[in-house]
Design a binder for this molecule. Structure first.
Ligand SMILES: Cc1cc2nc3c(=O)[nH]c(=O)nc-3n(C[C@H](O)[C@H](O)[C@H](O)COP(=O)(O)O)c2cc1C
Length: 160
């Protein structure tokens, strides 16, 4: 295990996103911080996903996703989608993007993506996704991963 003295890894900045996935009639969404742009042309995003997640099954089978950008006041949304559970979309307003993946109405913005390919990354897989569409939905500043504290329980994976 690597050392993480004084939260060294926490100085790598990330936003907080809800990744909407779809395979046929099955839909789900999960919170992710490990998301970044990796190409201009074509426009590509990389999403690092734990292959043990239910959402990974839908992403792998369906091949599409949305990246929903959370705002500063949406810690509760990050926590909700950061847990596994039945029908996590219930209680949220959402609609289908052009790929069919779910867009959260409450998010600041979304990007609609199709998976291009995967890369192995230790205990995660990187889904490299082509951005096909997207829109700004609300004004506001994006939530930052460091503001979520230990919401994802990741502290246990670092030796401090
Ligand atoms: C703030 C935060 C950031 C997270 N970032 C990621 C991430 O980048 N990749 C990932 O695979 N899981 C990440 N997770 C964990 C998943 O959201 C969590 O395991 C979720 O339960 C998976 O949903 P599912 O079981 O419905 O598929 C994060 C959780 C939180 C709270």
């Amino acid at each position: 295990m690597i050392e993480n003295p004084s939260g060294l890894l926490n100085l790598i900045t990330h936003g907080v996103y809800v990744i909407g996935v779809r395979d046929g009639e099955r839909r789900n969404a999960f919170t992710a911080a490990w998301v970044m742009q990796v190409s201009f042309d074509p426009l590509l995003l990389a999403i690092s996903i734990n292959p043990g997640h239910y959402s990974y099954q839908l992403l792998k089978a369906g091949g599409v996703c949305t990246v929903n950008v959370l705002g500063q006041d949406q810690l509760a949304v990050a926590a909700h989608f950061g847990r596994s559970g039945a029908d996590k979309m219930a209680g949220f307003d959402w609609y289908e993007s052009s790929t069919g993946a779910p867009v959260l109405n409450c998010s600041l913005a979304y990007l609609d993506c199709r998976v291009s390919h995967y890369a192995e990354a230790g205990d995660h897989r990187i889904a490299v996704c082509e951005v096909l569409d997207g829109a700004r939905l609300h004004a506001g500043q994006p939530l930052l991963y460091r503001q979520t504290g230990d919401m994802d329980g990741s502290r246990q994976y670092y030796k401090v």
